[in-house]
Ligand binder design. Structure first.
Ligand code: NZQ
Ligand code: ZN
Length: 386
């Protein structure tokens, strides 16, 4: 196992009816901006619960944060916050609203010339301060509720970029599994697959003798495989909803990635598919991951075999046969929850592969746990999914 430091200060307020605790979690002397998305919170009762729980607090509302939140929209919130001297952000929505809120929190206090640099120069520009954030999560998927990551899209240039900083980790996140009751199948399936692939990015690399991280990761995968379909079949199965929601948080709150190599190439390639075609984040992962496993079968061999045996019970056959079966089992699972896994399923052609490859070439990016995936391999991975 590698050396590591781990700190996760996010307070989780988990369970049925917990939105009512909001007023205790938010300092009463703050001027608050409540951020939300396209309006689902008005239909499913979450907004009413939040309003009731925050009665008496000084709140300005900012809605319209779109899925794959747009930089252009978020900068409007930044202006309002500066003009109205707002000093606390309350995100009420899914990963997009929360990621957008994290960017707003950082951009308001950013001292450089152009806040876009937070994303474009991520890795060189570090976010050291941000407005405090509280969150009410309405969609289990991203893990954003318990991490310091944010992914933002610039519509104008069709770019989708990420940044990360401990400064944007929420002070608290309320996780009430009942929010799942109103989720459409598509978003629920997205949540299952996104959380699944978050685990894979931190697990399917190479062995470093880290049995506890491996077992935690496998535990989350098993739980997603068991509980995800239960929630899909019956949205009001509270226990299944609670188990699924906590799995998604645990998949990306840092714990399982400590002391082990991490990949994230599937995400980086997937972001480009969203940037060019607007394909849902999780759908892009379901497309790319099987290609990644196929093309990187040698480099990832030990972990693919372990995953195949422990998750799918695959023990028979040659190494290549077992790897093929493992890839097929993964594809079957994604398709069983309703997510297609091939590029043509989303009307994406070879032309896009060329554009994505070119982009990685221009950026000079090297991806993967060994930073050895260049544009040629990106092309091979995507061509495998035609
Ligand atoms: O906008 P509203 O009207 O709220 O509707 C949303 C949206 O249309 C709807 N929705 C959310 N909660 C609902 C609901 N509908 C009914 N009932 C509810 N309870 O669902 C739609 C999708 O919402 P969105 O927030 O976009 O989904 P998700 O949570 O999957 O977030 C995806 C974004 O997170 C980023 C992705 O790239 C993408 O931009 N990610 C963030 C990560 C992080 N911060 O760590 C990691 C992930 O890998 C991911 O990249
Ligand atoms: Zn993801």
């Amino acid at each position: 196992m590698y050396n590591f430091e781990f700190k996760n200060p996010v307070k989780i307020i988990f369970g049925k009816g917990q939105i009512s605790k909001l007023s205790k979690a938010i300092p009463s002397d703050r001027k608050i901006m409540l951020t939300y998305g396209g309006g689902s919170i008005f239909k499913n009762g979450v907004y009413d619960q939040v309003k009731k729980a925050t009665e008496g607090l000084n709140i300005v509302e900012f809605g319209g944060i779109e899925p794959n939140p747009h930089y252009e929209t978020l900068m409007k919130a930044v202006e309002i916050i500066k003009a109205e001297k707002i000093d606390y952000l309350l995100s009420v929505g899914g990963g997009s609203v929360l990621d957008g809120t994290k960017f707003i929190a950082a951009a308001v206090l950013y001292e450089g010339d152009d806040p876009w640099d937070i994303l474009a120069k991520s890795g060189k520009v570090f976010v050291k301060k941000a407005l405090p954030i509280g969150a009410v999560l309405t969609l289990p998927a991203t893990g954003s509720e318990m991490n310091g990551n944010s992914v933002i899209t610039r519509a104008e240039t069709q770019e989708k970029l990420a940044f990360g900083s401990p400064a944007v980790m929420p002070n608290f996140s309320v996780l009430d599994p009942e929010v799942i009751f109103s989720l459409p199948d598509r978003q629920l399936a997205n949540g299952i697959v996104d959380a699944f692939v978050h685990v894979m990015e931190q697990y399917l690399t190479y062995p470093v003798n880290s049995p506890i991280q491996d077992r935690f990761a496998e535990g989350i995968l098993h739980t997603l495989i068991e509980e995800g379909p239960k929630v899909l079949a019956d949205r009001t199965d509270y226990d299944a909803a609670a188990n699924f929601m906590w799995s998604a948080t645990m998949a990306l709150n840092g714990l399982i990635g400590m002391g082990v190599p991490q990949d994230w190439a599937t995400h980086m390639i997937g972001h480009e598919l969203t940037a060019y075609h607007g394909i849902d984040h999780a759908q892009t992962l379901a497309i790319v991951l099987p290609g990644m496993m196929h093309v990187r079968r040698k480099e990832k061999q030990d972990k693919i075999l372990q995953y195949g045996e422990r998750i799918w019970g695959i023990k028979e056959g040659s190494v290549d046969e077992r790897i093929d079966q493992t890839i097929q089992s993964t594809i079957k699972f994604f398709e069983s929850v309703g997510i297609k896994t091939k590029l043509p399923d989303y009307s994406v052609s070879e032309e896009t592969i060329g554009k994505i490859t070119k982009r990685f070439e221009t950026r000079g990016s090297r991806l993967g746990e060994k930073q050895d995936i260049g544009p040629d391999l990106v092309k091979e991975i995507l061509e495998d999914r035609l």
